[in-house]
Design a protein around this ligand. Sequence first.
Ligand code: MN
Length: 294
Amino acid sequence: METRIKGVEAVLPPPPTHMVGDGFKVHNFFPSLSIIGDYGMSPFFLLDYNSKWILPPSERPRGVGVHPHRGIETVTLAYHGRIAHHDSAGNSGVIGEGDVQWMTAGGAVLHKEYHEKEFSKTGGLFQMVQLWINLPGKFKMTPAKYQAIENAQMAKYISEDGKSHIDLIAGEYKGLKGPAFSFSPVNLFNARLKSGAVADFSFSRDFNTAILIIEGEIKVNGSQVVPADHLAYFNHEGEEFLVEALNDSIVLIMSGEPLNEPVAAYGPFVMNTDEEIRQTYNDYYSGKFGYLED
Ligand code: MN
């Protein structure tokens, strides 16, 4: 099949923020924006973006207390500041700039997510992303697990002119492979681009694809300008697109194969049917998610 350009379907400005717990002030790009909804970025189900926020110092680390998940993976990316995680599977970790926490909730997990203690005490610039990646039906009840992916562990592509640095978290780029295990095909990269850099990307036309501008400003396919904190959502008409940095930029690249399964989502649970959601609440209220100290 001949290669064709994947065009931009829409450039979406950041929606108004809401608080997640008392520590995360996020723009939800999906599923709340109707152009994307529950299916438009499958297998990615949710994108919460905490754009740059100066945190005042706090002795008590702010964040989200103990809460459950089932049916998804939560993937947290830190750009500024430090984030701590503890879960009922016994896993915990702290991430800082450029690092990623990839938690598979699977059938049941309780976790809590906070600003790391020392970062909380000093306060400062905070910027992060949380993605929820939906699990295929046959893997929704897989055991919970946790992948700590430090920046140094990521595969790194550097262009010949040295202007493009691509950190691979998951998936493949120019023969390199990211370290994260995923249950369905997912590409997740941070592109760190010097002003004037041009990086090319190619994903199957069936894949759902979007890019979030974390820093700077870019131009897609030589025509479409996408400013900081905006999401460019791609159509399905081709495979390849070009990203040109108009300033020094950081761009989060997301592309994955859609699951093509029904979605029944309620709060922190993402299943295939309403009956499975009811069962999940029964399991949660009867203590089948384990225990985690607050
Ligand atoms: Mn959570």
